[in-house]
Design a protein around this ligand. Structure first.
Ligand code: ADP
Length: 261
């Protein structure tokens, strides 16, 4: 019981720290065009929903929490879900602000990309409780990327493959000599053709109602696009409704081992 309380406190503190950091950054961003105005409107709107839910459930708890176990149960679950959602949104906003204000520090180096991807996949398999199949034609291939931002980037595509499908996720790394290609493939709901051009736009979601259930923010791919830019990675997407989606990342090769040593 006490440890749960500790976890809650830690979460709350983390949330407070995140939102403080976010506030600072937003203050520094000069609001000088409509785009940024729209961004702030969108961000506030996204955060407002969970806050509204949390505060109405808190009110319910205050009034009925001591006498009605069903209300207690429902409220606690709703509050913790929405708090988690807010935490996710704040993290997304923070990383969006970071990457768009040039604060993301990167150092691109020849990187053993397959090993890096296997590590990321292993980590996410535990979280998702789902298989992530990583294949390659060259286990040792080097790509010229920054490890930290590449990690963030992969996670965004994997999270999406996880959210919008219910099958195993397939990742493939291909050595093309001068370039390296990484594909993330799911057999999920797919993206309608008319939406494909918009999915990298901030806050854009194909299905708002569903996105809320899956916990999306509509920021993931816009962050991914910026992270990709920093790494000189080209992104393309191929998708078919009810069949699945493949994101293809093409990056510069990191040379080969002989050149390195
Ligand atoms: P979100 O947080 O909503 O997932 P993203 O910016 O990551 O936001 O993605 C934007 C939208 O693109 C999603 O809301 C979803 O509609 C669509 N999308 C992204 N990846 C996939 C995928 N693998 N399968 C189907 N739809 C996807």
């Amino acid at each position: 019981k006490y440890s749960m309380l500790e976890v809650d406190r830690k979460d709350t503190k983390e949330l407070q720290e995140l939102s403080a950091a976010f506030n600072n950054m937003m203050e520094e961003l000069k609001i000088h065009d409509e785009n940024q105005q729209a961004f702030i409107m969108n961000a506030s709107h996204e955060l407002k929903t969970p806050i509204t839910v949390i505060s109405s459930y808190s009110e319910m708890l205050k009034r009925f929490g001591k006498t009605r176990e069903d209300v207690l149960d429902e409220s606690i679950h709703a509050i913790s879900d929405e708090a988690r959602r807010m935490k996710y949104l704040t993290e997304q906003l923070l990383s969006f602000a970071k990457v768009n204000t040039g604060r993301e520090e990167i150092s691109r180096q020849p990187t053993r990309i397959v090993k890096l991807i296997r590590d990321i996949a292993a980590r996410l398999e535990t979280v998702y409780q789902r298989e992530i199949d990583v294949r390659t034609d060259n286990e040792e291939v080097l790509a010229h990327v920054d490890v930290n931002t590449f990690d963030q980037l992969m996670k965004i595509f994997m999270d999406n493959a996880y959210k919008y499908s219910s099958d195993a996720i397939a990742v493939e790394v291909q050595d093309h000599g001068q370039s390296v290609e990484v594909t993330i493939k799911d057999r999920g709901i797919g993206i309608p053709e008319e939406d494909i051009d918009h999915i990298f736009t901030r806050f854009y979601r194909v299905d708002k109602a569903r996105a809320r259930k899956t916990g999306g923010s509509g920021l993931g791919l816009s962050i991914a696009r910026e992270l990709a830019k920093l790494n000189g990675i080209d992104i393309s997407v191929d998708s078919q409704v009810d069949v699945g989606t493949t994101f293809r990342l093409t990056m510069e090769s990191g040379g080969n081992d002989e050149e390195e040593n």
